[in-house]
Ligand binder design. Structure first.
Ligand SMILES: [Fe+2]
Ligand SMILES: [Fe+2]
Length: 412
């Protein structure tokens, strides 16, 4: 993927009221001038004028600025140019401001920020464009602040948060049973919004770190979570999607452990397993009733991706990876989400969370009965062989081919 990505030029707009900061950024990012077209604005107004003239792939702005602050600027960008990626680069420590930033920005970077971090964040969001070619879909997905939660769990969390003696443990339990809330919480702890330690993979741990007050404000004042409007999608289907996601997460973690991977790969495999099908919620939000119809007419994951492509020109793997990428989740997780049906498209030639999720998803689909239509499950044995797996896995012998024997031979 890399070579192709580097040749694509990106246009980035940096906004800061302090000329010193802007010239510092310009100097620091000089080596990137061959790959990025960079523009610099000293106020929100100036930024909006530039945006009127031409398209920018990303806007990177400070928060505290006179007249129009960074949050006001980004909410205008969100309204007028939804497919432009919104990044905050700020030394802001005001809690109220930071809470508001969650809703208008995709990512939050702390000042001072080193060149690598900034380059990395911008390059990654730029590369996401390759996942979704259609601007209309990009705009729809970029506008999403949250994924829809199960109505019953949404009610439960609202009640718990509003109750006088709400407990962080109970809140963590509820969030840990909902795919949408889990995704949002993982975004917050994996970014710099609240300056928490990184690499947290369990939603319960994340909630605990954020603390009761922050969670309460996020849920009540900025509506961090949203409620699912069930359009042709039953609550039962969504519960099964959650069970499938949690089982895939646990088995991905086990597989990464069995393959003697480092702790960060094991944690990210769990998180990637949890989020691998989050694109189904993205699709449900974007395409409503029509997606509900598709879901109720087909049951298998692999099969559903083909249908999604035919009807909507985007799969849940692409849509999910795009949104989670915009939200700044680690690259290996995005890769796992994007290629969980087509691992051969990944350019990484060694074990990654994608490998764990791919194997786990197949094994889970084999077990999960009504959630799958086994005959449609195609297994990429070539990819699995290339990963030189240490353990053997009970893959279905559907192909009856020698390749399966080869994969199994790595066992032990
Ligand atoms: Fe899937
Ligand atoms: Fe799946």
């Amino acid at each position: 993927m890399d070579k192709q990505e580097k040749s694509i030029e990106r246009s980035i707009l940096f906004v800061d009221d302090e000329p010193r900061v802007l010239s510092g950024l310009e100097r620091m990012l000089r080596p990137m001038r061959h790959v990025w077209t960079m523009s610099f604005a000293r106020s929100g107004r100036e930024a909006l004028d530039l945006l009127k003239e031409r398209h920018f792939d990303a806007v990177v702005t400070d928060i505290r600025m006179p007249v129009m602050n960074g949050l006001e600027l980004l909410s205008e960008v969100k309204r007028l140019y939804p497919d432009t990626v919104r990044i905050i680069l700020s030394g802001e420590s005001d809690r109220e401001m930071t809470l508001k930033a969650v809703n208008v920005s995709h990512q939050f970077l702390n000042k001072p920020c080193n060149t690598e971090t900034l380059k990395d964040a911008i390059t990654r969001v730029g590369n996401l464009s390759l996942l979704l070619q259609k601007d209309s879909i990009k705009a729809m997905v970029s506008k999403m602040d949250s994924l829809p939660s199960l109505p019953s769990l949404y009610m439960e969390i609202m009640q718990e948060i509003q109750s006088k003696d709400s407990s962080i443990k109970k809140i963590g339990d509820i969030i840990g049973r909902d795919l949408a809330m889990t995704a949002k919480i993982l975004q917050l702890v994996n970014s710099s919004y609240f300056s928490l330690p990184r690499h947290i993979s369990s939603p319960e741990q994340a909630v605990f770190l954020l603390g009761l007050d922050t969670i309460k404000s996020l849920v009540l004042s900025i509506q961090l979570f949203s409620r699912f409007k069930l359009k042709n999608m039953t609550e039962d289907y969504l519960k099964r999607l959650w069970d499938h996601s949690m089982n895939t997460a646990q088995s991905s973690k086990r597989i990464a452990g069995q393959e003697k991977q480092e702790q960060v790969v094991i944690d990210n495999s769990f998180m990637a397993g949890l989020l691998h099908d989050s694109g189904k919620l993205v699709m449900a939000s974007c395409f409503g009733e029509q997606y509900g119809e598709l879901v109720s007419s087909v049951k298998d994951n692999g099969f559903i991706a083909k249908k999604e492509k035919e009807i909507f020109d985007v799969t849940h793997a692409e849509a999910g990876a795009y949104l989670m990428g915009l939200w700044g989740l680690p690259h290996s997780i995005i890769e796992a989400i994007a290629f969980h049906h087509t691992p051969g498209r990944s350019m990484t030639g060694h074990f990654t969370p994608l490998t764990a999720v791919y194997i786990a998803d197949i094994l889970e689909q084999e077990k999960s009965g009504p959630f799958t239509d086994k005959s449609e499950l195609e297994i990429d044995y070539e990819y699995l062989s290339a990963m030189e797996l240490r353990s053997s896995y009970p893959f279905p012998d559907r192909m009856g081919s020698d390749v399966l024997g080869e994969v199994m031979a790595y066992g032990g």
